[in-house]
Write a protein that binds this ligand. Structure first.
Ligand SMILES: Nc1ncnc2c1ncn2[C@@H]1O[C@H](COP(=O)(O)OP(=O)(O)OP(=O)(O)O)[C@@H](O)[C@H]1O
Ligand SMILES: [Mg+2]
Length: 342
């Protein structure tokens, strides 16, 4: 009865769909205790969509982790001398920040953490991951969370959440990622996020502004449909499957080219090879999309289910959870931060 159980909601406020996943931690065990999603019909509706997602997921806890992304957020990886104490590191980061952050430093919130990564030579290099987000962006998020009756606990960024969910999934399923270089690709409505995990450590992050919104437009054009009709055809192609797949092929190739550019850049910089790609995002639920992407990426491409291998509380609709799972990694990764906090 007095067992310490901690609970955190991961809230992925996407541009098309709000996803909420509640995780609870009891000793070392993480259990998924709720999830729900709701469409965002317009910017004014975000708060409403959050409430709806929580209601659908029967989520009643209040502490929440969410993320910011987009053009008002930057993530930079840069090398630092090894062996610095925290104070020295802080000074180095403050001195270097103006070179890396394309905003007025008075208008951003910054955070950073040190990482150690293998160099092409095999030596270990000390690096810092610096994140800077426009203060107004963070304040907007906090305001929307509070007005939805929630208690903001932490604000993360999409790529870190994606990486954290992936690490958790790998651990839950006995998959070793420490000897591999893995690209995580999340295709959203407005944007596609790519993160590269080098021996399990996040070492690259980029956003490309191509997503299902462009697919929807391509379908609308092909079928002379309104946006809403085009959207439902993408989600339920039925007999028009071949035509829909044809219509979105160019957008998928555009995404593929951008991903390829990022991977080439990474491989050249680190004189290494990306081994595999793991894709997520709503559209990866489209039948055979993962195979189609694999042909475009020209690398082994897999789908993953962030809930696979995780304890799921009774009362959670597991079938629906698994059906929607491709869309949930960021929400899971956000909630998984409950492991790292007291
Ligand atoms: N079964 C499905 N088949 C094809 N597409 C689907 C399916 N389910 C959802 N989608 C698409 O996924 C999109 C939403 O994906 P997702 O939730 O990953 O985006 P988002 O996180 O809101 O966007 P962003 O990350 O750009 O802010 C919807 O617009 C829809 O077109
Ligand atoms: Mg998204």
């Amino acid at each position: 009865m007095f067992a310490r159980q901690r609970t955190l909601i991961g809230l992925d406020i996407g541009s098309a769909v709000v996803k909420a996943v509640e995780l609870s931690l009891d000793k070392e065990t993480i259990t998924l205790t709720g999830y729900g999603s709701a469409p965002v019909a317009g910017a004014d509706n975000v708060e409403h969509a959050i409430r709806e997602a929580l209601n659908k997921g029967k989520i009643h806890s209040k502490r929440v982790a969410t993320s910011v992304s987009g053009r008002k957020v930057v993530v930079r990886y840069f090398p630092v001398e090894s062996g610095l104490n925290p104070q020295q590191l802080d000074e180095v980061v403050r001195n270097k920040a103006p070179d890396f952050v394309p905003f007025n430093l008075d208008e951003v919130e910054m955070d950073y953490y040190p990482v150690t990564l293998p160099e092409p030579t095999g030596d270990l290099a000390s690096k810092v991951v610096l994140v800077a987000a426009k203060t107004e962006e963070i304040e907007n998020r906090v305001r929307v969370l509070r007005s939805a009756g929630l208690v903001p606990d932490l604000i993360d960024i999409d790529t870190f959440a994606l990486s954290n969910a992936f690490e958790l999934w790998a651990a839950n399923n006995g998959i070793s990622i420490t000897k591999k270089i893995i690209a995580l690709v999340d295709i959203g409505f407005i944007k596609t996020t790519i993160g590269i995990l080098h021996t399990g450590v996040s070492n690259f992050s980029r956003e490309v502004y191509i997503g299902t919104n462009d697919m929807r437009q391509a379908i609308a054009k092909r079928f002379s449909f309104q946006d809403a009709e085009a959207e439902s055809l993408l989600v339920n192609p039925g007999d028009s499957y071949d035509a829909v797949r044809d219509a979105i092929q160019n957008v998928l190739e555009d995404i593929g080219n951008e991903i390829r550019l990022s991977i080439d850049f990474y491989e050249n910089q680190f004189e290494t090879e990306v081994n595999e790609i793991y894709v997520s995002g709503g559209v990866t639920r489209f039948p055979d999309l993962v195979e189609i992407l694999g042909q475009i990426f020209f690398l082994p491409t897999n789908q993953w289910n962030p809930a696979q291998g995780m304890n799921v509380a009774p009362g959670v609709d597991e079938e629906a959870l698994f059906r929607e799972a491709a869309q949930l990694p960021i929400a899971v990764g956000l909630a998984s931060r409950l492991r790292k906090k007291v």
